[in-house]
Design a protein around this ligand. Structure first.
Ligand code: PLP
Length: 455
């Protein structure tokens, strides 16, 4: 019997002390990352110039759980366990018989789920004597999370911020600088990757793929620096699983189990964090619909191909088997900056290819409509990325209204939208448009995919 509470809270002492590793539970083996030069699977020595060894071990670990070090747990307690909300007022407004819950990750200091991995990555780099971390950021959520993490451990942080966001969204940059980071508009003249792009197009607005190339190059060419990625990789998704494990404990308190789980997907980390502990149940026979929501303007899971591709534009990263729109993909200027990436996590991609996860794509306007619906009932202002999950969840709740089904719907609420008020202003004044990524552009980008023989 579901309880009537609005916030379902755990005590700090009830916070999970281990991350859940889905790798040994997968329904098929994960294809290994491939070295683009040799065509062979990459080994730890290939990754050592850019990642600390402990994270490389986590990347390939087959242990079902990995202990969270005490120091990370202590920092997590600044905002964890995060509350699980029952969306009573949204349910009422929709007149749905469904029960809607949202796991609210917006209470972390930078405002999203990203510090769950940023703090862990800064910790392991500090342990191995790294002095500086290099990273990329789109709209600034990840860059601010890593800046926060680095500031806690006294590590320098260099952020390559996609130029168009650097110019349009100055306040995330100020937040990163407040935490002590150096932020460059990417492409820059500081790296070969940046200079090559600028020679071809001096006015390049930048992209996540270009910014990743710059950050990887910076880390690989400086001995005391390493690279940090905010999504996509196995260890990043692993760190986010604390979220779904908390949800499990919270739903148990109110005697609930999810029938539907909905999250937004950029690189896949917040979605995986909530969904993976439940994917295990689904693989063991429970009936759960697990829905990954992405933008129509960057339809990686719904219209991309499941193939090996580079993670960046300058082709510096290992090849990952994932859903991709091609590493030369240039995104349309939609406001969900964190969802504008050409690839997706190999773990999420595998589960989509096995029909365990169902992908859906949404346009920007219905997404903002869902965000407003949520803000005007529940009060909180979602990030434009998060609004994709809300669109998916509201559609599911409306289906329940038609069928009369009393489903339990769980939403991964990944972050707040306080730095995205410019986007809200545009929506409210009717200036936002929908973008559908043209079929021809997808086909052209896919022609650039590298050929990889199955290892
Ligand atoms: C609030 C928020 N949600 C979702 C995402 C998408 O990333 P991921 O798919 O790794 O969770 C981002 C990325 O920046 C974000 O800032």
């Amino acid at each position: 019997m579901a309880s009537d509470e609005t916030k379902i809270l755990l005590r700090e002492s009830e916070m999970p002390q281990r991350w859940y590793n889905i790798n040994p539970d997968l329904p098929a083996p994960l294809a290994p990352p491939i070295h683009p030069g040799t065509g062979q699977p990459v080994g730890p020595e290939d990754l050592a110039p850019i990642f600390p060894m402990e994270l490389i071990k986590q990347e390939v670990s087959m242990e079902p759980y990995i202990e969270i070090p005490d120091e990370i747990q202590r920092i997590y307690r600044l905002w964890r366990p995060s509350p699980l909300y029952r969306a009573h007022r949204l349910e009422k407004a929709l007149k749905t018989p469904a029960r809607i819950y949202y796991k609210n990750e917006s209470f972390s200091p930078p405002g999203s789920h990203k510090p769950n991995t940023a703090v862990a990555q800064a910790y392991y780099n500090k342990q191995e004597g790294v002095k500086r971390l290099c990273t990329e950021t789109g709209a600034g959520q990840w860059g601010s999370a890593l800046s926060f993490g680095c500031s806690l451990f006294g590590i320098e942080c260099t952020v390559y911020m996609v130029k168009v966001s650097y110019e349009q969204k100055p306040y995330r940059r100020v937040l990163m600088e407040t935490w002590g980071s150096t932020v460059h508009p990417s492409p820059t003249k500081l790296t070969n990757a940046g200079r090559t792009i600028l020679e071809k197009d001096p006015n390049s607005p930048g992209s996540l793929g270009i910014a990743i190339s710059e950050a990887v190059e910076d880390a690989a060419t400086h001995d005391d620096a390493k690279y940090s990625l905010g999504s996509v990789l196995n260890h990043v998704l692993l760190h986010q699983t604390i979220v779904g494990q908390e949800v499990k404990a919270q739903l148990k308190l109110v005697d609930e189990e999810p029938d539907v789980i909905v999250g937004c997907v950029g690189g896949g980390s917040n979605f995986a964090g909530v969904a993976f502990p439940f994917v295990k149940d689904k693989l063991n026979g429970k009936k759960i619909d697990i829905i990954a929501c992405e933008p129509e303007a960057c339809p990686t899971l719904t219209r991309g191909v499941y193939r090996y591709d580079f993670g960046d534009t300058a082709m510096l990263t290992p090849l990952l088997k994932m859903h991709t729109l091609g590493h030369t993909f240039v995104p349309e200027p939609i406001h969900a900056g964190g969802l504008r990436y050409h690839g997706d996590a190999p773990l999420v991609s595998l589960l989509v290819s096995q029909n365990v996860i169902e992908p859906r794509a949404y346009h920007q306007l219905p997404t903002f409509e869902a965000a407003l619906n949520f803000a005007r009932t529940e009060g909180s202002l979602p990030a434009p990325e998060t609004a994709h999950a809300l669109r998916g969840a509201i559609d599911e709740a409306l289906k329940c209204k038609e069928t009369g089904e009393e489903k339990c719907i769980l939403i991964a609420y990944s972050g707040h939208g306080f730095f995205d008020l410019g986007a809200y202003e545009k929506y409210l004044s009717g200036q936002l448009e929908d973008y559908e990524y043209p079929k021809e552009k997808i086909e052209a980008a896919l022609k650039e995919l590298p050929e990889v023989a199955a290892p």
